[in-house]
Design a protein around this ligand. Structure first.
Ligand code: FES
Length: 113
């Protein structure tokens, strides 16, 4: 078997996956602090086991960073400061609606902002 039961069990708990840009421009715009705040907020709200956070290279929206993308919804966020990171956890990941003021693109409806 190529994966352990423990690994599969962890995957089944996931409800969302957040990609966090960890590349030059987003880091210069405060991305490191935003990512740290996102993880802290997930932990504070007991969502760490349900939301996987992965740091990635450039998401090709450098001028609009820090950039984060929430899947499976496919909602792209720009200008994610620490306040927005907390709002993403509270409003999007916990309550289920996007933080509209920071949405760059919502793949669910194809709307471009
Ligand atoms: S450096 Fe973050 S989108 Fe390019």
């Amino acid at each position: 078997m190529w994966s352990s039961a423990n690994t599969v069990s962890k995957l089944r708990k996931l409800s969302a996956h957040v990609l966090v840009c960890n590349h030059i421009t987003c880091l210069r715009r405060g991305g490191k602090a935003s990512a740290k705040t996102l993880k802290r907020a997930l932990k504070d709200r007991d969502l760490s086991a349900q939301v996987l956070v992965t740091k990635v290279k450039c998401l090709d929206q450098c001028g609009r960073g820090p950039v984060m993308v929430v899947y499976p919804d496919g909602v792209w966020y720009g200008g994610v400061d620490e306040e927005t990171a907390r709002a993403i956890v509270r409003e999007h990941l916990e309550e289920g609606h996007a933080v509209e003021k920071r949405v760059l693109h919502d793949m669910r409806d194809g709307e471009k902002k």
